[in-house]
Design a protein. Sequence first.
Length: 135
Amino acid sequence: MSVAKSCTCCGQLTHTSLSSEKFISPQFSLMPLRPGTFTKKMTLNYAVPVGRIKFVLFDDRPDSPTRGEIQEIFMGPDNYVLVTVPPMVWNGFKGVGPDASLVANCASIPHDPDEIDRCDPADTRIPYDWALKHK
């Protein structure tokens, strides 16, 4: 999946390209808060063409050099980026603007509910306060 923006005579065009050989199962979210998702085998690829979110990653992989680290990425049309999340890294997002945000995710394998673990915002597995912060 790749992302890009271009201007036309009618306005801005936001591109999200998919390669059927690498990405499967596109999903789109309009939820204001999705606090924690963990996948065992699936690589996730996120872009936000509409609205603005705070995207949070927490690495809890035992042998990872970034174990225990939290990363915040503010995503939206003003920072239109592709964020790729490897398997076994907790991730979640929260809308941070007055309008709804459209979050696009293209996974590397077909959706399998048994492959995914989810957690509540108060879950202590992710040591993160979902209040808005600017870093």
